[in-house]
Design a protein around this ligand. Structure first.
Ligand code: GLC
Ligand code: GLC
Length: 816
């Protein structure tokens, strides 16, 4: 069952009924001001940090779902029988005569009609501005005059979202607002150490307003039935403490077929601390700098112009890589939605989504480095800055904080470190950046450790410390020690936690000298390959050799200690026993080592790669994707940690943890099985799952972190959509390995391994300033590529970077 459809020509997903299985959300904002918005206008806004600078409130586990948002009420003032509804359905939830929500790139439009009153609301954030625009168009399709009142409504958050939801003894005393003309200013704590405030402005003269929630809603009433809307008039309330809100009232009298446009702005502004008040002795906000911004965007022409700029920006980003394959789902994801989702993960890391409250997490070290693998070609300058920020949080021993805070850029102590995979992702991310851009200067950038002034060394040293971090921490079998955990945050082999509620992420009961990770071994080999290449190009042959040697040794360790007979083992636990082995009663085979080891080239020559991937197909693959582990753990195991805390088939305990699936797709291409790689791709492709939306539940236009697996009580349910490394990795798997268009240090590699049924595909790829038009034609069932560049045959798969950038490089590829 579907709840909408893709409008591919407009790059929109159109939701045709408001009661989707979950709020289906979109993101607004690209720079510093962001919002999430659901298909019924739920969601919230924040400046930079979803916890510390939250503008509006949102309640995650409310009944009904999705409460708190960018709300509007339309009141029909007909004398006999006044009525009201929300043109976005929530919060009133009156049945609408027509409804549609179009989520587009950086904007959402909700369009509805009730009793012949048509409303179209477009929400977006102009590029480089700290404000959002709600453009509201109301049309009277009746054959009589319509007397309406429009009410807007937001509920302000007292900035720190965690404190706002918990510290009531203080919070009920501090709210302050100002109202001037049609603008409501929220200025809680502005009197003391905050120099920022929020504003909510309306383009029309007001017929009323409220800033006190109690006054607007009335006692014991909810957002679905505000007393002020029921009565038809607000009460000019001024909030002193309690719950501040922003409500405008505008009365409209519309002739038949007459339309009116109202613009609302919700924004954030920071003042110079020396000039924050109107005059020295007043506590009134100095509005001199914000008023011109407000006036500018309340103008409809300027708002429209900002909307056009936003659309052009997105088109220019997407145009950097476009494909035309025989598969609709692949095209639509690669060309639009997957690329879009990657930009959102770049912006927000794992902080704010429908599933992430914006309170708990900073920017993840391994999360952000992996996100970069996907988006680097779209915004290389931003990737560069992100890499330097991340590297600056690295510790002198090469270790990493697991997260850092976006506002301060400091490592976050609360969640700790010693996730032993973290440092190696830095190597893989920097090498992806070098392959894409050829900007070797980044390696010379002076980067501090733990942000300590004076500790700067060139970035290349940081990469070497990452490698040493692994080499200095190996266990009894010579495999890397796992530390607190590796990529799988829930495989906690040193936690031994028996205390309810204790965080598996921060507790360690063992000295960590025994439990080892095969995943990190594979990751190390991948990273060592890159270091060999990098050092060679830097003319540091001896060091390149050193990494080659270390890699070969690790490969041998995998051969002797990690091969289980039919697949790769996952780890060794604190007792030195294998995890992910046929010897285990449960958890016999894990997906991660099969993916990473084959990606690293292990077993390609001696058939083990094929054996391992056949085991994946047989034991882990199901119709909803490839599960993480099988059989899932049926009980809690002290020595395994959080993984066994989840019921079977959920999250790390045997769901389809989508992030890992593209590793298998890539591995399949490495043994030349394009049909199987693409089959796996489609199983988790959200567009391909659209028709079972009632089962999948999450948005059909973005990847989710997890889909409950074959052993779950209810298989096929997706959760944690949007902010997942799945976006980047699927993009990499599809574009670089299945389509085989892969940046290399010296040029662009074309090495596709795609389904045998495809007659070919086309792609346009911008790379190092040139535009490549690639046309691939299948003339045989294999994967051997014969490449012709601008009419000249080349040998091998690498197209060297041309001496001069070119507007058009024609690449014709024949596959046999
Ligand atoms: C979450 C984390 C990620 C981790 C994964 C597997 O997605 O953000 O860092 O690798 O879970 O546990
Ligand atoms: C939980 C989740 C895991 C996540 C971790 C850190 O353990 O299951 O996916 O990575 O929390 O937030």
């Amino acid at each position: 069952m579907r709840f909408g459809y893709f409008d591919d020509s407009r790059l929109e997903y159109v939701i045709t009924r408001p009661d989707t299985p979950l709020p289906w959300i979109n993101y607004l904002g690209m720079d510093e001001y962001f919002g999430i918005i659901s298909n019924t206008a739920g969601g919230y806004s924040f400046y930079q940090d979803a916890r510390l600078r939250r503008l509006t409130r949102y309640r995650y586990n409310n009944a009904p779902l999705d409460e708190g948002g960018r709300y509007l009420y339309i009141r029909d003032n007909a004398e006999e029988s006044p009525s009201y509804w929300s043109p976005t359905w929530q919060p009133v939830r009156q049945v609408l005569d027509a409804y549609e929500c179009r989520h587009g790139l950086g904007y959402s439009t909700i369009h509805s009609e009730k009793n012949h009153i048509n409303a179209r609301i477009t929400y977006f954030i102009p590029l480089h501005e700290n404000l959002e625009i709600w453009k509201v168009e109301i049309t009277n399709h009746r054959d009589q005059q319509a007397s309406l009142s429009i009410f807007s409504a937001v509920e302000f958050c007292l900035w720190d979202a965690l404190d706002d939801a918990t510290n009531f003894q203080r919070n009920f005393n501090i709210a302050e607002v100002e109202v001037e003309g049609s603008v409501i200013y929220h200025k809680t704590e502005y009197r003391e150490r905050r120099n920022h405030f929020a504003y909510f402005a309306c383009s029309a003269p007001l017929d009323g307003f409220d800033t006190s929630r109690d006054a607007f809603l009335g006692a014991y009433r909810g957002w679905d039935a505000p007393l002020a809307v029921e009565k038809g008039h607000t009460s000019a309330s001024i909030a002193h403490g309690w719950q501040p809100v922003g409500v405008h009232q505008v009365n409209l009298s519309l002739a038949p077929e007459e339309s009116r446009t109202l613009i609302f702005l919700l924004g954030y502004h920071e003042n110079d601390p020396q000039r924050k008040f109107e005059s020295e002795n007043s506590q009134v906000i100095n509005k001199a700098n914000v008023k011109p911004v407000i006036a500018h965007y309340l103008d409809e022409g300027n708002a429209n112009h900002a909307f056009t700029e936003l659309a052009e920006y997105w088109l220019s980003l997407l145009s950097l890589f476009q494909v035309e394959t025989p598969d609709l789902h692949a095209n639509r994801m690669i060309n639009t939605w997957n690329a879009y989702q990657m930009m959102v993960t770049y912006n927000l890391s794992r902080s704010a989504s429908y599933f992430e409250s914006g309170i708990g997490r900073g920017m993840g070290f391994r999360d952000s480095t992996q996100d970069l693998l996907g988006f680097v070609h779209m915004v290389p300058e931003k990737a560069r800055r992100r890499l330097l920020d991340l590297a600056a949080t690295q510790l002198t021993d090469g270790g990493a904080y697991h997260q850092y805070q976006p506002i301060t850029k400091q490592g976050n102590h609360d969640i700790g470190g010693n996730f032993n995979d973290d440092p190696l992702w830095l190597v893989l991310a920097v090498s992806a950046y070098l392959r894409e851009t050829g900007d070797w200067s980044i390696l010379d950038e002076a980067v501090p450790f733990d942000n300590r002034p004076g500790s700067e060394t060139p970035l290349i040293d940081h990469l070497q410390r990452s490698m040493n971090y692994t080499l200095e921490r190996t266990g009894p079998h010579g495999l890397p020690l796992i530390g607190r955990a590796d990529w799988n945050d829930c495989l906690n082999l040193n936690s031994f936690s028996a205390t309810p509620g204790q965080s598996f992420q921060t507790v360690t009961a063992k000295d960590g000298k025994v439990a080892e990770s095969v995943f990190i071994a594979g990751q190390f080999i991948l990273a060592a390959h890159e270091m060999e290449e990098i050092m060679t190009r830097l003319g540091r042959q001896a060091e390149s050799q050193k990494y080659a040697l270390a890699r070969q040794q690790m490969e041998q360790v995998i051969d002797t200690a990690a091969w289980d007979g039919s697949w790769f083992r996952r780890a060794y636990n604190d007792f030195g026993n294998p995890v992910g082995s046929v010897e285990n009663a449960e958890g016999q085979i894990f997906i991660e080592p099969q993916g990473i080891c084959v990606m690293a080239g292990i077993g390609l020559e001696d058939n083990r790669a094929r054996q391992a991937l056949d085991a994946v197909a047989e034991k882990l693959a199901c119709e909803h994707g490839i599960v993480l582990v099988s059989p899932a753990y049926q009980q809690y195991y002290l020595e395994l940690g959080e993984i066994s805390s989840y019921p079977p088939g959920y999250k790390e305990n045997g769901s389809v943890f989508c992030h890992t699936n593209p590793w298998i797709m890539i591995a399949e291409t490495r043994i030349g099985r394009g049909d199987r790689a693409f089959d796996y791709y489609l199983r988790i492709n959200p567009s391909a799952r659209e028709e079972k939306s009632e089962i999948h539940r999450c948005e059909p236009y973005v990847y989710a972190q997890t889909i409950s697996g074959k052993e779950a009580a209810i298989p096929g349910e997706a959760k944690n959509s949007w902010l997942t490394g799945t976006a980047a990795w699927n993009y990499v798997a599809m574009t670089q390995w299945i389509l085989g268009i892969r940046p290399h240090y010296d040029g662009l590699i074309i090495d596709p391994v795609f389904p045998s049924s495809w007659s070919g595909f086309k792609a346009v790829r911008h790379f190092r300033g040139s535009r490549y038009e690639i046309e691939v034609t299948r003339k045989g069932p294999g994967n051997q590529a014969y490449i012709c560049v601008n009419g000249i045959d080349i040998s091998g798969n690498l197209i060297p970077v041309p001496v001069e950038q070119a507007n058009k490089i024609m690449v014709n590829v024949v596959i046999r």
